[in-house]
Design a protein around this ligand. Structure first.
Ligand code: SF4
Length: 333
């Protein structure tokens, strides 16, 4: 039977609880998020708002001890949380791949780029049979494919790169290698966690442009986590705003920047430095609270400049403003 699905990835009411000294911390609180085939989606919010935890839950990279995951993560209509480890591994790491922000820690320092790429490509060529030693012909094919992927990410002299160790490359080159490694799996969805953050701004801009171009050319969906609103505006079709483990607003990127409705989204946009000559931007007072001491009502209540009395104890429910625009705030609706 062929399963039908509208969204490539659909996260429904995802919760993640961390057992910590002092109690249970609800780090993700009913997160809903979807990505369609070929779509480019951004997830924004301050550091510590649950963006990376959401993606690690999708990739099955959360620790197994003292962490409880609830809800559903549908990929092509199958709930990943109901699959066994091997079935899940066939999807995450192959059809869904993640690019991490620090290229140095994502590459193995004791193997050459060629060895690392050949392993991944060879694994796919051999039909994902683990432990299989590749025949010479397949190893040669894997090497040729690796060189082609390095050329696709605009790395000059792929042969030299294949023979290099990660420490012999610059940060920008390592980030390009990570993109090439992601492409080598021929994925349907790339999750990029703050891509290029560890690089200087010029190199970061080149990396983002390259990634944008490659996903468009190949029809790959992109889910980009970032705290950089400029990157989201340039790159994505739709955006989710997360605060303290909840999605507070989602909309088409243009609509969100033109008319942000949630006080947190407005604060985030206000905190972007502007060249208007009127001093520093206002931003948002305070910081993300400790997850063990979260407000029982709206999680943004302690920092919200427009809070109502009921916000302290009553969590707001998501409300649809239009087809693609959803806000969770008592001021709306
Ligand atoms: Fe502010 Fe209340 Fe809206 Fe929360 S629900 S963002 S506290 S107005």
């Amino acid at each position: 039977m062929t399963l039908t699905y509208k969204q490539l990835l659909e996260i429904k009411d995802l919760t993640v609880d961390f057992d910590r000294f002092g109690g249970k911390a609800r780090v993700l609180n009913r997160v809903n998020l979807a990505v369609a085939k070929g779509e480019k989606v951004g997830v924004v919010g301050e550091t510590g708002c649950g963006k990376s935890v959401t993606m690690k839950a999708v990739m099955n990279l959360l620790p197994t001890r003292r962490v409880t995951v609830g809800g559903s993560i549908f990929y092509k209509g199958r709930d990943l949380l109901t699959l066994d480890r091997f079935a899940r591994r066939q999807i995450t790491g192959k059809e869904v791949v993640m690019i991490f922000q620090d290229p140095m820690t994502s590459l193995n320092p004791v193997f050459t780029i060629g060895q690392q790429m050949e392993d991944i490509i060879g694994y796919n060529l051999a039909g994902a049979k683990r432990g299989l030693r590749l025949p010479k012909r397949l190893r040669q094919e894997a090497r040729e494919q690796a060189a082609r992927f390095l050329a696709a990410v605009k790395l000059a002299d792929p042969e030299r790169i294949l023979n290099s160790y990660p420490f012999q490359l610059s940060g920008g080159m390592r980030q390009r290698v990570l993109i090439a490694l992601a492409l080598a799996n021929q994925p349907d969805l790339i999750i990029a966690d703050e891509p290029g953050t560890a690089l200087d701004v010029t190199t970061q801009a080149q990396i983002l442009e390259l990634m944008d171009q490659l996903v468009q050319e190949r029809g790959i969906a992109l889910l980009m986590i970032t705290h950089n609103l400029g990157v989201v505006r340039e790159t994505t079709d739709r955006v989710y705003v997360m605060y303290a483990g909840t999605v507070v607003e989602t909309a088409a990127t243009d609509a969100l920047f033109a008319e942000p409705l949630h006080p947190y989204t407005k604060g985030l946009l206000d905190s972007v430095p502007k060249l208007h000559g009127q001093g520093l931007s206002a931003g948002i007072e305070g910081s993300v609270p400790d997850y063990l001491q979260m407000n029982p009502g709206c999680r943004f209540y302690p920092r919200c400049p427009q809070a109502l009395p009921k916000c302290e104890f009553e969590p707001p429910e998501p409300r649809s403003i239009s087809e693609n625009h959803m806000v969770s705030c008592h001021l709306i609706g």
